[in-house]
Design a protein around this ligand. Structure first.
Ligand SMILES: N[C@@H](CCC[C@H](N)C(=O)O)C(=O)O
Length: 307
């Protein structure tokens, strides 16, 4: 073999091709709640449209994901901004599992080692994820919002302006619901007529979930958490997400669940929430009224697609 010929590295031409007209992405998941992550640090406008995000999320004709997340430049003095499209193309204010994936992706992009944290501007305000030594991510999710008009819900509020254990008729059955916003809206239910503690494995989620999501009392639609109390510090939850349907986990939903459990007297402020995709540790701290979520976030693969 001649040694005089210039060495042509296939990887270089491959990379050039990728740089022009291709979309680089990383696929991540937080307990099976999966996302396409896009490095958008060079522009404050998402690189792809909501319509394109719907295509990417399609599990047959696309990459397959519950949402698409963008890492944008920080605003209001923060290090980064996070935006997200649900798999139906709607844009939620916040995503708990997503922000853990976001943190791990940023660590990769910026080559950050060891334990570190940064500030993220989201539709729910300031969120602070901390990547821990063990690879898990602890997130300061801020304060829950209970004021009915801010959740938002048209359900009647109590004297504190909160909707706690209110009756909601869905599909001809009375459900007891507590409404919490973690920036995005959540309707949490622990019981319904004839069942004091829900057996969540028995629920027909795909039938009942959309009826909550599109109920007239939720003007911005809602995420719904169906919760079984296992003990004072252990809850089991299944979720029907606004704009994404049944997912394997919901971080903001787990936070809302613990807040609702405390308000209804089902559990203490530190809980493990078991989701179909695995557990999350949640604490609603009395000292600062913030909710803290700790859990895993893992890369699945890196990919690129023609734009
Ligand atoms: N899975 C997310 C929540 C994503 C947004 C949600 N579907 C909404 O529309 O509010 C989480 O982990 O929090």
């Amino acid at each position: 073999m001649s040694t005089d010929a210039p060495v042509k590295t296939p990887s270089t031409s491959f990379l050039n091709r990728l740089q022009t007209g291709f979309l680089h992405f990383a696929k991540y998941h937080g307990l099976g709640n999966d996302f396409v992550l896009i490095d958008n640090r060079d522009s404050s406008e998402p690189r792809i449209t909501a319509e394109k995000a719907v295509q990417l999320c399609d599990r047959n004709f696309g990459v397959g994901a519950d949402g698409v997340i963008f890492v944008l430049p920080g605003i209001n003095g923060t290090d980064y901004t996070m935006r997200i499209f649900n798999s139906d193309g709607s844009e939620p204010e916040m995503c708990g599992n997503g922000v853990r994936c976001f943190a791990k992706f940023v660590s990769q992009l910026e080559n950050l080692q060891g334990s570190h944290s940064f500030t993220v501007h989201t539709g729910a305000g300031l969120i602070i994820p901390e990547v821990l030594e063990d690879g898990n991510v602890r997130v300061d999710m801020g304060e829950p919002v209970l004021k009915a008009s801010d959740v938002p819900t048209k359900l009647p509020a109590n004297k504190d302006n909160a909707v706690v254990k209110s009756e909601l008729v869905v599909d001809g059955v009375i459900w007891h619901v507590t409404c919490v916003s973690m920036g995005n809206p959540h309707c949490v239910t622990f019981s319904r007529e004839g069942s004091q503690n829900l057996l969540v494995d028995e629920l027909k989620l795909a039938e009942i979930g959309p009826k909550f999501e599109h109920h007239e009392v939720f003007p911005a639609r809602t995420n719904t958490e169906f919760v079984q109390v296992l003990s004072n510090s252990h809850l089991k939850m299944r979720v029907w997400e606004r704009g994404a349907g049944a997912t394997l986990a919901c971080g903001t939903g787990a936070c809302a669940t613990v807040v609702a459990a405390v308000l209804e007297g089902h559990a203490g402020r530190i809980c493990t929430v078991d989701l179909p995709g695995g557990p999350l540790q949640i604490e609603w701290k009395e000292e600062d009224n913030h909710v803290y979520m700790t859990g895993s976030a893992d890369v699945v693969y890196y990919g690129s697609l023609p734009l």
